[in-house]
Design a protein around this ligand. Structure first.
Ligand SMILES: Nc1ncnc2c1ncn2[C@@H]1O[C@H](COP(=O)(O)OP(=O)(O)O)[C@@H](O)[C@H]1O
Ligand SMILES: [Mg+2]
Length: 421
């Protein structure tokens, strides 16, 4: 089926491309739409909305022309043409007023009776975002990935903060690992599954296990290649994102994003394309201001998708007087539509043991029965629920005895923390 879309809704084409047997034409001007309708092979359907700034009479003209030759018409009047919604419905034209591109794509699919491509259980995309460095983005990415694989999810982590690639030391990625920056330089023709596959790094220590844990694989933008002349332009990042988010064989794509969200609005793009944004939120004054800035930005650019953001509160370091409880209440009042995934307690000892370990080890393996691990599992569970994923493996739980032992050994510095029993 051939569908013409006339829309400036960012993030609409990507979910539409997931439909089987659908060819999309997306002209940017109404006279181009008219020409397609006049052409020898008229399209099967026309979707148009009022986001391109065309006047209502012009839109009606296109609608009338399409209906005259039997082209199915779908309209979405959520902006200036909203007043004409009832006229459209009255004329028997399927019409909605919707700004969320993922919801619009789903509606178009339902109206046209489209089906998703075979085998594409859509990859869930989660960007971890912040308007400030050192807030715990990379930390949250690591533990969410480790928590998710323990539920049987196949995880791909994309290091998109190439100016500060914290994932490389965290997962002990060797310098020999391939860098996707090379692939970006090769151009858009290579940004598809076949092109991307060889650039995915699959470490031995995060392979899938016989017990059903999923793997954590990586797209790394190596520091060695991250020079000024190799800077990734936004359209290139967006094009590459389209290729990565269409990859098969993963359940969850976690994107570690850079803090310069105005110049590199990666989290915004993920949100607009139907993904989710997790915001690590330590309660300190500067940190919460950073979280606030990003939330303001997202409220402005993706107002219909705020429910798809989620706060992950981080317990502050000792001595910080602001508490998570107070700050959570503050955010709940100011952004009532933004849910939370709970709070990660501070676990400096687990973090340090993992850092000092000879080779990679997850904090969840060092302290499997720690309050920290329990909080990570709860956050992952909450995230899966929001994403509509039902993981193959249940949430790991610890016996009271194991939790007690873990607490005692955590209180005794110098001793290794109790391993799984
Ligand atoms: N719950 C926690 N327990 C222990 N250390 C933490 C915790 N949360 C964050 N950290 C530490 O705080 C720092 C956060 O840095 P990072 O995740 O690299 O920030 P960003 O990626 O936002 O720049 C890391 O050194 C991490 O080990
Ligand atoms: Mg980082």
């Amino acid at each position: 089926m051939e569908l013409v879309i006339f829309s400036a809704l960012e993030g609409l084409p990507a979910p539409l491309e997931q439909y089987r047997d659908l060819a999309i034409l997306a002209p940017s001007r109404l006279d181009q739409v008219a020409r397609l309708l006049d052409g020898p092979q008229a399209p099967d359907a026309l979707y148009l909305d009022d986001t391109r700034g065309a006047s209502l009479p012009e839109l009606w003209q296109a609608i009338t022309a399409a209906r005259r030759i039997g082209v199915r018409v779908l309209v979405n009047f959520s902006g200036p043409a909203r007043g004409a919604l009832n006229d459209a419905l009255g004329a028997g034209i399927p019409a909605i007023a919707e700004r969320d591109p993922a919801a619009v794509a789903a509606w178009i699919g339902a109206q046209l009776g489209l089906r998703h491509s075979a085998g594409s259980s859509r990859l869930a995309v989660v960007a971890v975002g912040a308007a400030k460095g050192g807030i715990g983005k990379t930390f949250a990415t690591c533990v969410l990935a480790e928590g998710a694989r323990r539920r049987g999810l196949r995880v791909l982590v994309w290091d998109s903060d190439i100016s500060n690639p914290g994932l490389v030391p965290a997962f002990r990625v060797p310098s020999s690992a391939p860098s996707y920056l090379h692939l970006i330089q090769r151009g858009p023709a290579h940004w598809n599954a076949t092109g991307i596959q060889p650039f995915i790094y699959q470490p031995e220590h995060t392979r899938g296990t016989a017990t059903g844990w999923g793997p954590i694989d990586f797209l790394i933008g190596s520091h060695a290649v991250a020079r000024a002349e190799n800077d990734v332009r936004l359209p290139d990042w967006q094009g590459f994102y389209q290729g990565v988010s269409a990859l098969e064989g993963y359940d969850l794509l976690l994107v570690d994003t850079p803090p310069d969200y105005l110049r590199r609005p990666y989290a915004t793009h993920v949100l607009l394309s139907g993904g989710t944004v997790v915001l690590p939120a330590p309660p300190g004054a500067r940190e919460r201001m950073g979280v606030g800035h990003l939330l303001e930005h997202l409220s402005e650019h993706a107002p219909e998708r705020l429910e798809h953001c989620a706060l992950l509160f981080m317990e502050p370091e000792r001595g910080v007087t602001a508490t998570v409880g107070e700050v959570a209440a503050l955010f709940a009042r100011r952004y009532p539509r933004v849910p939370t995934l709970g709070m990660l307690p501070r676990a400096p000892r687990l973090a340090s043991l993992a850092d000092e370990h000879d080779g990679y080890i997850s904090m969840l393996d060092i302290g499997p029965h720690s309050p920290f691990a329990a909080a990570v599992h709860r956050a992952v569970d909450a995230l899966c629920a929001r994403l509509g994923i039902s993981p193959a493996l249940p949430m790991p739980r610890s016996s009271i005895l194991a939790r007690l032992r873990s607490r005692i050994s955590e209180a005794r510095p110098g001793q290794p923390i109790a391993q799984a029993t």
